[in-house]
Design a binder for this molecule. Structure first.
Ligand SMILES: C[S@@+](CC[C@H](N)C(=O)[O-])C[C@H]1O[C@@H](n2cnc3c(N)ncnc32)[C@H](O)[C@@H]1O
Length: 357
């Protein structure tokens, strides 16, 4: 996806995801190509100053000609020395809005060293563009990005997202059609990252935000190998999630073990309140690849989490998307559960018990 430029429609949709408060806006795209994203921003905020960067000398030369008012740089954004040597160095801490459709392709699965807060991590190329943009943001700045689904769910980028979520509210706003980019079929989505409010409320100080650790099952049902109870653990598939409890499939398989107490729910398919199931303390199971599980410290915690999700059911259910069978990604599940638990603490206490049955 190195050279797949964003269509004006998709670029307009992306810039429509924010309403910056400042009047004199500085907007940047550090992999700008032909400038589609900045052009969309210019249509929306004609007075904003535009900062464009791309490693391609041809793209830069053409933009310098066609957009003489833009501040155009030609750095390699993955190379800090190149960035510091370019005119981008004048914009650290001064950008209100970063727009990105970074290169996606991961030739040789190459990763890039990035610094998030005080951690040094390794990121995919798309993720590295996101992380390297952060030092340019103003304290209330935001990032809007077209990202490959892979970047949101890959094991590799998971620690980077975890770290980013300490500083940002990360929202996957929508899935793009697979034909959004001419000449390639790619799963992509629009992501909005806004800085977490510097003002910390009293409630947040006493109760740290819930950052769920979600396990995804790996056993594929069509190729599962059933073993004896002594050789494996009970298999849990979506049809074992019934009326809030985890039923026995009668099959045992080998694979990663999830221990209760935990909250299980489907990753794929129709999700109903009854499919939100409690795995009791002490039960040790192996999940099919259609099931997700959140391990909790106590049964009381699982119960509270289940109540919160039920209380915010439309929000949770809307995180299942997709053109075919609806599905939820690990990233979306983590975000929706964090959001629900952040907003739901007081709700749970107020709910009548019949609403939770
Ligand atoms: C997928 S295109 C997107 C272009 C534009 N943002 C858009 O949405 O149409 C990615 C762009 O990243 C640029 N690029 C690739 N590697 C880069 C790097 N290391 N530093 C800066 N730009 C890079 C490519 O030249 C290409 O123009």
């Amino acid at each position: 996806m190195d050279r797949f430029y964003t269509s004006p429609e998709l670029a307009d949709a992306l810039v429509g995801l924010t309403t910056p408060r400042r009047r004199a806006l500085a907007i940047a795209d550090f992999a700008c190509g032909e400038g589609s994203l900045l052009l969309a921003a210019e249509r929306r905020w004609p007075a904003a100053s535009m900062i464009a960067n791309d490693v391609s000398a041809a793209s830069i030369a053409s933009l310098r000609k066609s957009r003489p008012k833009w501040q155009v740089a030609g750095s390699d954004f993955l190379n800090p020395r190149s960035v510091r040597a370019s005119s981008l160095r004048h914009h650290f801490g001064g950008v209100d809005l970063v727009l990105l459709n970074p290169p996606f392709s991961r030739r040789n699965r190459q990763t890039f060293e990035v610094a998030v807060g005080d951690e040094v991590l390794h990121a995919s190329i798309a993720m590295a563009f996101v992380v390297n943009s952060i030092p340019f943001l103003r304290p209330d700045g935001a990032i809007l990005a077209v990202l490959p689904d892979g970047c949101l769910v890959s094991k590799h980028d998971e620690p980077v997202w975890r770290s980013l979520r300490k500083q940002f509210n990360v929202e996957v706003i929508r899935d793009n059609s697979r034909s959004a980019f001419q000449g390639v079929r790619a799963r992509t989505c629009l992501v909005r990252m806004t800085k977490l409010n510097a003002r910390v409320s009293v409630a947040e100080q006493v109760a740290a935000p819930f950052a769920p650790t979600i396990s995804r099952g790996r056993v594929q049902m069509h190729s599962r190998k059933v073993v004896t109870p002594r050789q494996g653990r009970p298999l849990v598939h979506t049809n074992n999630l019934l009326n809030g409890t985890v039923t026995n499939s009668g099959e045992h398989v080998q694979g990663a073990v999830l221990s209760g107490p935990a909250l299980l729910f489907p990753r794929v398919g129709l999700v109903t309140p009854g499919k939100l199931c409690v795995l009791g303390a002490g039960r040790r199971v192996t999940l099919s690849d259609c099931v997700l599980g959140v391990a909790c410290e106590s049964e009381a915690d699982v119960d509270t989490l289940r109540r919160m999700v039920l209380a915010a059911w439309p929000v949770f259910a809307s995180a299942y998307r997709g053109t075919g069978a609806p599905y939820i990604t690990l990233e979306r599940a983590s975000m929706v559960l964090s959001n629900i638990s952040a907003g739901g603490r007081s709700l749970v206490n107020e709910l009548p018990s019949e609403a939770l049955a």
